[in-house]
Design a protein around this ligand. Structure first.
Ligand code: ZN
Length: 453
């Protein structure tokens, strides 16, 4: 079968594919609590109808991971597609124009609903690509695996992390290349192929002072004042953290994007008119921090002995939670406060304690530009979209770090339908053509991989 024939076939079955996506959107899998098993059962049925092998791994209360494969031979080379089945809760449902589970189609062009973008469209497209490749019946020692996972929206340890440690590694399934279907569109830019991502770290800072009546404030040690000293000095943290270069400088990023515009003038106009684009590009090249929550004090006339705040850090690839924690300790020490473990044996009265609240590590595939497979993926993306695409890093963490940082498969790329601006939004929606195009891309890329001699 030629590539053109495959693309025509996909266009012919468009309505069936839309129906399958609507079914997945209508299947509730809000996380928390998860309920991914409902989605896994729908996928299992869809795959079994065409005779594709599929295993469900249930856990917890109505949760599950799923793995499906083109054939039983994992000894040759394997290509892995990863998509998560859980979605974030809808928030206030009354604020939605169309109910979040309705999968409402507007003007035959857009589909609305929680998970349309993040990321049931990619999930459906990956599953469908497997069925198309099965029907083509390619004879090869190579294999395509689809791993539909739970838990991504709450850290991924029970989803991608679990599958890696309990299915892929114990069964000695090695992967050549992993493709994660998270939305990679950055509207109004052309399609992006993502090879790395910033980390997301939250650290809770607790200042422990000494309570006193505020008639005699000098008897106490005001925990809010302690915190304010830390806040005042937060910008100097960079001096205490090892310096890491961004994977791409702002100038390099601009050059990459510039290439896909007809000329520099048009690019500059968009760059200047779009504060979102400008600021995303800036943030991708920097280690950033922001203190976003603070709580302290119990009464208006009591010197507070306790204040806590959460600082949100976005890490560049190469930076780790340990580095930031160490840097923060040095900074606080420099200010003149003692940093101490809360569980320490000899507790001091006045001290600061630090606690990692969330750690979504950064990750990167440094040598992506040398890969033939990446080149092929870019070719396929450009063929389907008929527009030049470009490489980029992502501002937020996906499950990619499980593959890249564990040494299992550094060659992990993230590419998927939908625009990242729609993720977790009220009225989340996807352009239906974008979804159909993703089916084409996953199918053609898989087809090329399986036929590789
Ligand atoms: Zn996602």
């Amino acid at each position: 079968m030629t590539e053109e024939k495959i693309l025509n076939e996909i266009d012919k079955h468009r309505e069936d594919y839309i129906t399958f996506l609507r079914e997945l959107i209508a299947t509730e899998s809000y996380n928390p609590p998860g309920n991914e098993k409902n989605v896994a059962l729908k996928i299992e049925k869809y795959l079994k109808d065409v005779g594709i092998g599929c295993e469900i791994f249930p856990f917890g209360d109505n949760r599950a991971n799923l793995i499906a494969f083109l054939n039983d031979n994992f000894k040759g080379k394997n290509l892995l597609y990863n998509a998560h089945m859980d979605v974030v809760p809808p928030g206030i449902e009354e604020e939605w124009k169309y109910p979040p589970l309705s999968a409402f189609i507007k003007r035959k062009k857009y589909m609305y609903g929680r998970g349309t973008v993040d990321m049931k469209a990619a999930l459906a497209a990956m599953v469908i690509s497997l069925t198309i490749l099965e029907k083509i019946g390619i004879k090869t020692s190579r294999n395509l695996i689809v791993n539909a996972v739970a838990d991504e929206e709450t850290g991924g340890t029970l989803g991608t992390g679990w599958c890696l440690e309990n299915i892929l590694k114990p069964r000695s399934i090695k992967c050549d290349f992993v493709l994660i279907g998270e939305p990679s569109g950055l509207s109004p830019l052309p399609k992006t192929i993502i090879f790395g991502e910033k980390g997301h770290l939250l650290i809770k800072v607790i200042t422990n002072g000494k309570s006193a009546h505020s008639m005699v404030p000098f008897m106490g040690e005001n925990a809010i004042y302690m915190m304010s000293k830390i806040i005042e000095n937060l910008d100097t943290l960079d001096e205490f953290v090892p310096k890491v270069d961004p994977p791409l400088s702002l100038e390099e990023l601009k050059k990459l994007i510039n290439k896909v515009f007809p000329n520099e003038e048009i690019f500059n106009r968009i760059y200047n008119d779009q504060p979102l684009l400008r600021n995303i590009m800036k943030s991708l090249t920097l280690f950033t921090k922001s203190l976003n929550m603070i709580e302290g004090g119990i009464k208006e006339n009591v010197i507070p002995d306790h204040c806590e705040a959460i600082i949100d850090f976005r890490l560049l690839p190469g930076q780790t939670a340990g580095m930031i924690l160490e840097g923060l300790k040095k900074l606080i020490d420099h200010i003149g406060f003692e940093v101490q473990d809360i569980s320490s044996d000899v507790p001091k009265e006045v001290f600061v304690s630090l606690e990692i609240y969330h750690d979504g590590p950064s990750s990167i595939w440094k040598e992506y530009h040398k890969s033939e497979m990446v080149k092929k993926l870019k070719e396929v993306v450009e063929k389907v979209y008929n527009r030049e695409s470009f490489f980029f890093i992502a501002p937020g963490a996906t499950d990619a770090h499980f593959y890249r940082n564990s040494g299992y498969c550094e060659k992990t790329i993230h590419f998927g339908p939908g625009s990242a601006n729609e993720m977790h939004a009220i009225n989340e929606n996807i352009e239906i053509q974008d979804y159909i195009d993703a089916i084409k891309i996953y199918t053609l890329f898989g087809y090329n991989y399986l036929n590789y001699k």
